[in-house]
Design a protein around this ligand. Structure first.
Ligand SMILES: [Zn+2]
Length: 310
C-alpha cells in the first residue's frame, strides 16, 4: 500500500491484526439478525449444492482495496484481514465460507472501471491503471478474446444460423460476444453504466430479459456470491436445447486441492474473484443443474465450458 497516511478515514480504531471480519455483522447493512446468522452457518456448497464441504478456519485474506471499498477500513500494510473459506469435496469449489451480500459487492462495483474506481484502486495497488485498467479497456484485447471464442464455438455449434437471439450476461459493452451467428440479435445484460458496443442492445433491468438460444457468462462466475442460484435464474431465459457458455480464469487446478486448501498452502486471496474455479467445479455446477456438457477444457489461462439445456 502507498500514500495511505493522511487519508481522512484512517483512524487508530481501523487498525486490525488477524481480524476475522466474517464473525461480525457487515458494517452499516440493513439485515435482520436471523438472515446474518443463516449466512454464517455454511452447510452446503453454493456451486453444486452438496453438503460434503470442508470449512477452513481463516483460510483466506481480504485484499486491502476490497476491505477499504466494502468495509471502509484502511489496514496497516503488514496486517492481515482473514476470512474463513470453504472447499467442496464433491465439486472442488473453493470460496469464502460466508457468501458476500449483494449490498457489500455493490460497494465494490458501483463505479466499476470508472476514473474514480481506477483512482481509488491505484492508491492501494500502484500501477493498476497502467497495467490492468488499460488492458481491460484495450479494444485489441476484446477482439482477440472474441476471435478465440469464435474458433472454439464453431467446433461445437453446428447450426450457427439457428441462433437467433443471444445474450452476454454481465458482459460490459458486449464486445466479447462471438460473431459467428450471422442471424442473431445480440443483447448484453449489464447493470453498470457501460454503454453497449455498436449493434448490441443493452438490458439493465431483469424484467426485460427474454428467452435466448445462446447465453454466455465470460469472466463473470468468479465474481458471484451464489453461482448456482445465479445460473438457475439465467437458465429460465435459455430455450430448450439452447447453449450456455461459461469461461472463468484458470487460477487453480483440482490436483491435490483439498490438502493444499486445508493446510493453507493455498490461501484464498479475496478480491474481485471471490470464487476460485477449476475445471472440476465448473463441470460440477453444470451437472448439478442437469445440463448436458458439450465440452470442457483448459485453454491457456481460462477454463471453458459449453453446455446445452435438455
Ligand atoms: Zn460443490
Amino acid at each position: 500500500m502507498a500514500n495511505l497516511t493522511g487519508q481522512n478515514s484512517y483512524s487508530e480504531s481501523s487498525k486490525c491484526q488477524n481480524m476475522n471480519l466474517f464473525r461480525k455483522s457487515p458494517r452499516g447493512l440493513n439485515q435482520d439478525k436471523s438472515h446474518i446468522q443463516s449466512l454464517l452457518n455454511t452447510s452446503f456448497c453454493r456451486n453444486c449444492g452438496s453438503s460434503d464441504i470442508h470449512v477452513v478456519d481463516r483460510g483466506g485474506r481480504l485484499a486491502y482495496f476490497f476491505a477499504y471499498r466494502i468495509y471502509g477500513i484502511i489496514v496497516e500494510p503488514e496486517a492481515t484481514m482473514t476470512v474463513d473459506t470453504v472447499f467442496c469435496r464433491e465439486c472442488c469449489f473453493y470460496s469464502t465460507s460466508r457468501p458476500f451480500l449483494n449490498e457489500e459487492l455493490q460497494c465494490l462495483y458501483h463505479d466499476y472501471r470508472s476514473e474514480k474506481y481506477d483512482h481509488d484502486r491505484e492508491v492501494f495497488e500502484p500501477g493498476y491503471t497502467e497495467s490492468w485498467s488499460s488492458h481491460f479497456k484495450d479494444p485489441m484485447v476484446a477482439e482477440a478474446r472474441q476471435a478465440k471464442l469464435n474458433k472454439y464455438l464453431e467446433k461445437y455449434i453446428s447450426r450457427p444460423n439457428a441462433i437467433r437471439h443471444m445474450l452476454d450476461w454481465g458482459g460490459g459493452d458486449g464486445k466479447c460476444m462471438p460473431s459467428l451467428f450471422p442471424r442473431a440479435k445480440r443483447y448484453v445484460f449489464e447493470v453498470s453504466s457501460q454503454k453497449p458496443a455498436e449493434g448490441i442492445s443493452k438490458i439493465s433491468i431483469t424484467e426485460h430479459i427474454k428467452t435466448y438460444d445462446y447465453i454466455q457468462l465470460s469472466q463473470v462466475l468468479e465474481h458471484l456470491p451464489q453461482p448456482k442460484h445465479a445460473i438457475l435464474d439465467i437458465l429460465k431465459h435459455l430455450r430448450k436445447k439452447g447453449y450456455l457458455y461459461i469461461d472463468v480464469p484458470a487460477e487453480i487446478d483440482e490436483q491435490d486441492l483439498e490438502r493444499r486448501v486445508a493446510t493453507k498452502q493455498l490461501i484464498l486471496d479475496v478480491h474481485e474473484h471471490i470464487n476460485k474455479y477449476c475445471l472440476e467445479s465448473l463441470s460440477g455446477l453444470a451437472r448439478s443443474l442437469g445440463l448436458a456438457i458439450v465440452d470442457k477444457r483448459r485453454d491457456g489461462d481460462i477454463y471453458r465450458l459449453l453446455c446445452q439445456k435438455d
